[in-house]
Design a protein around this ligand. Sequence first.
Ligand code: FE2
Length: 346
Amino acid sequence: MRRIPIEAVREGQVIAKNIYDENGYMLLARGTSLTEYIIDKLKRVGYLSLFIDDGFGDVPREEAVDERKVIALQKATKSIFKQPCRSISAAQMKQLSNLVDMIIEELVNATVETADDILQLNQVDDETFTHSVNVMMLTILMGKKIYGLRSAKMKKLAMGALLHDYGKLFIPPHVLKKKGALSTEEYEEVKNHTLKGFDYLKTVEMLEPTVRIVALEHHERYDGTGYPQQKAGDSIHEFSAITSLCDVYEALTADRVYRKGFPVNEAYEYLSGAGGTHFDYRWVKLFLSLIYPYPTGTQVLLSNDLIGKVVNIIDPYRLRPVVELENQYVLDLTKHHQITVQQVIY
Ligand SMILES: [Fe+2]
């Protein structure tokens, strides 16, 4: 299974994940073979990429998580992010908390462990709530690796990640949604969502203190170049550090109204480069283990100008896959150091 841009999708390819509308109704079932008509329709509804199943891959065809549960959580999150009164009632918090428990249970028991397995495609919107649910699911995958399967920390981490951007509700929409460059004042205003979220979440009963800490610190950076307090290193709570990494990855790879998400290989390289500067290398290393920059089945152009298809990945050398060339010669890039992947051609 791999995610490919919609313009690279071809008739006859099979979709690897159910596609739901925002109300949880299934638009297309996993296993559907795509026709020009369907592809065109998906483009018009606003999908910029699709998960397709080309028979390759380590990922089983079953759903990694019950997507109906994810959609239920998206809906609940949307209801608290969309209400004009900007407050979370006790009943809403209880519902949210139950849904988060369900998703943790689901992900803890799932055997698949790559970021692509759990990320949901959304019709392109730039809404904070879909982003928040995706970030939360990524942090659970990280939590599974760090804390093991059953840990009280998991729930705290997940709730922090889900509500990390709650403070955006207090930022004027015309600033938040502005396309193009922000003025210095506007940027300062956006940065304030960290403090506003922290202050508001303080008033919500039943929330662990670490939840508001994540809201406050998720833009802090390991090397002290973040905001709002320029904290550095271990003075940033580990839940915040983990959430910030997942936040950046999701923001890079997700499709947005104004741009298609970056390909996974580019996000992988970006995060590799940010280890030790923006992010603690410990967490980067762990996070990268959830990502396959060139999943099997990917068509690639190599630096020797030959085209081939990735047929195997030898861990931990994920940037150096085994490629079958068009003349069926198999090239193991872990053994041919002079050749690199130049470009993904899907
Ligand atoms: Fe944020």
